[in-house]
Design a protein around this ligand. Sequence first.
Ligand code: G
Ligand code: G
Ligand code: MN
Ligand code: NA
Length: 252
Amino acid sequence: FAVEQDLRRGLAAQELRLYLQPQVNRQGHMVSAEALVRWQHPDKGLVPPGTFIGVAEESDLITEVGDWVLAQVCAHLGQLHTQGRRLPIAVNVSPRQFHKADFVPGVLHALEQAGAQPEDLVLEITEGVVIEQVDTVVRKMSQLTQRGVRFSIDDFGTGYSSLAYLKRLPIHELKIDKSFVQDAPHDPSDAALVEAILSVAGHLRLKVVAEGVETQEQADFLNQRANVIHQGYLFGRPAPAAEVLATWSGTR
Ligand code: G
Ligand code: G
Ligand code: MN
Ligand code: NA
């Protein structure tokens, strides 16, 4: 319970920080970004989410973290919109957060409150969200996509779900997990998996974001096979949101 209590305190003390990681097109221009939360801890320094998102997910704290991230992202989207600039931002949604009864109205409220365009918000869900209650999941997703919000499947290929669910869900994007991306140029199995994902995405007309692109060789491997958006250290590490947005020219 120590981390949980400390996180509760940290939330109240406004210690969470919004980081963004660029998502770039073939030409290397940032066309969107992923929001990644960090915790600026008074003793431990900058804490990555891997160590506290899991803890938050086990309690209701994930709702508070999720609401905070969503509000921050919507505030940036609203501000960009008033400046006539547009940069879609992807937000990670945990299973517990998605399955809350008021998830849909909560997202719509956050957008309205900030004057953000629903088309600029991408919600990343994992296959874990979809395993249970598929009808409910489809209904909730549709309520948001009807308003313009878009959905992406994160860590695609690492979960347990079947390909059949892809046809039922109103999604617009797949994110290839970094474990496949990183080994694809040298490991024939990973290369085959990446190619299979690109093929499925092509046939279903889904956008593809490749995660964890660290080398030019990995980027080339992908570019030779499809029109893929890249996210990885080769193009930009996660950095404070204000910094990423300030250095972005906004033209593409
Ligand atoms: O940024 P980093 O590489 O350390 O992220 C580690 C994990 O934390 C990733 O799986 C990412 O999806 C998750 N994560 C980062 N930010 C958020 C967030 O705002 N909400 C949720 N639910 N998960 C997040
Ligand atoms: O939400 P998701 O699990 O997709 O989070 C993406 C994670 O991948 C974050 O923890 C982010 O910091 C990390 N990441 C982003 N780019 C790279 C990369 O090029 N290499 C590695 N190893 N990790 C990355
Ligand atoms: Mn993600
Ligand atoms: Na991922």
